[in-house]
Design a protein around this ligand. Structure first.
Ligand code: ZN
Length: 440
């Protein structure tokens, strides 16, 4: 008796780096893909395996969202009073006092539950979350972990440590990350992991940043920070630290492969050089960069230099199809080049590129030895599908509601568009109740 099974579909994109193939599939044993090929070959090699064939569907890797703030959902539509006049005013007059500082664990739990549901429903199987809620310590990450475990998502969780609330809170932020890393390592049933994270150069000083990187190295995890999300941080660094942000990180010796730098919107040529030459990994958030008036990140320029870049939603619009569309369109407009950011490259950034940015080797592609993280998406397009056009069809004309089935680590989590064991109306109602508390 075999314990393997075959999942196939009318079309498959095993890796966004290769053309789509008709009537292909994967064989899965437990949580791992063990074989890949044409359906006929798979069924003849594994005649006892049950076969699930997605008729009218495309089989592809689950999305990797490299930057989420799940709590951000609670602020969708929150009244801002006066419109912020720039990135600094967005943070200082609105986001910090009205959102982050007011969050408690009940709010975080409700938002986590809803966003995990919504991510699964829209084909995301792996994500990296950054919790910014200084008054929710300690153990806010353990609250998140238990919810993410229940949804069986591949989550990497972190707390954005900062010195802006004083020394005790700064210490508690770093400790929160270490506690979660250790909790995840001692829980073999979980596919949740921890990482290290601090806010920015303008809320954290050099010794604090060095300590965060040292703790990350000690625990063998990456260290994350937001970097140059708008013009503010680079100018602040020039004025207070005597150089641009990434030049400062390079000078203190932390620019390297263990650093995940998010945003990287307003970058000088010298900063791009440092990222490319030291191996800093980057997370790109095309839609939220627009929201905060940050600008358009030099992503084609960084890709040209071989930088590892994944896509993220920033907790703003969490549908990765919409995020891909933003990345596909924005850079064409900025560079005046319709050939910039072709769809397969965007799809790669939303899958395997994102996995590489998060340091995950066997995620983001459908290959033997890779984790069985996949999705089946409606492929009933009004125009013919070809090996060459399927990535464009998906990036431009598909959305969350076209995702039919999702598997994470060998377990079906979504069937026929419904997340197992979840009541989306109840999740929305609870999040709305917690949002009303936050807003008041
Ligand atoms: Zn962010």
């Amino acid at each position: 008796m075999s314990n393997g099974f075959i999942i196939s579909a009318d079309w498959m994109i095993g890796s966004a780096r290769r053309p789509a193939t008709p009537d292909h599939g994967v064989r899965i044993v437990d949580e791992t893909i063990t074989d890949v090929g044409p359906v006929a070959d798979l069924t003849s090699r594994h005649p006892d395996d049950p076969v699930h064939h997605g008729r009218g569907q495309v089989l592809m890797p689950g999305f990797v969202n490299t930057h989420v703030h799940m709590y951000g959902t609670l602020a969708h539509g929150i009244p801002t009073g006066e419109v912020p006049s720039g990135f600094w005013s967005f943070l200082n007059d609105y986001w910090w006092p009205k959102v982050e500082n007011a969050l408690d664990q009940d709010m975080i739990e409700a938002a986590t539950d809803l966003v995990c549901h919504d991510m699964l429903r829209s084909g995301t199987t792996t994500f990296y979350d950054i919790l910014e809620a200084p008054n929710s310590l300690p153990d806010a990450l353990l609250v998140e972990k238990s919810v993410v475990d229940r949804h069986h998502l591949r989550g990497i969780l972190s707390f954005e440590a900062t010195q802006r609330m004083g020394p005790a809170n700064a210490r508690a932020g770093l400790d929160e990350n270490v506690a979660l890393i250790e909790a995840c390592r001692s829980d073999p049933s979980s596919i949740v992991e921890g990482s290290m994270c601090f806010h920015t150069t303008f809320t954290c000083d050099e010794p604090y940043i060095l300590e965060a990187f040292a703790l990350a190295a000690e625990h063998d995890v990456f260290c994350h920070a937001h970097c140059n999300e708008g013009v503010h941080e680079g100018l602040w660094c020039e004025e207070h630290l005597g150089s641009r942000t990434m030049e400062f990180y390079d000078r203190i010796g932390v620019a390297g492969t263990g650093f995940l730098a998010s945003q990287c919107v307003q970058m000088s040529a010298a900063e791009i050089d440092i990222i490319a030459s030291t191996g800093v990994r980057v997370s790109h958030m095309p839609l939220s960069n627009c929201e905060v008036g940050g600008g358009i990140a030099p992503v084609p320029e960084m890709l040209e230099r071989g930088v590892t870049i994944g896509l993220g939603s920033d907790g703003y619009i969490n549908d990765m199809f919409a995020v891909m569309r933003g990345a596909f369109l924005l850079h064409k407009a900025r560079t005046l080049d319709p050939g910039a950011m072709p769809a397969p490259l965007v799809l790669h950034m939303a899958t395997e590129g994102g996995a590489k940015a998060l340091g995950l080797d066997r995620v983001g592609s459908l290959e033997p030895g890779y984790a069985a993280d996949l999705q089946l998406v409606d492929a009933e397009f009004p125009t013919p599908i070809t090996s060459e056009n399927l990535a464009d069809q998906l990036v431009l004309w598909r959305n969350a509601e076209h995702v039919g089935d999702v598997m994470v680590n060998g377990k079906w989590r979504v069937r026929n568009g419904e997340v197992s064991g979840a009541d989306p109306a109840a999740l929305r109602a609870e999040t709305r109740r917690q949002a009303e508390r936050l807003w008041s």
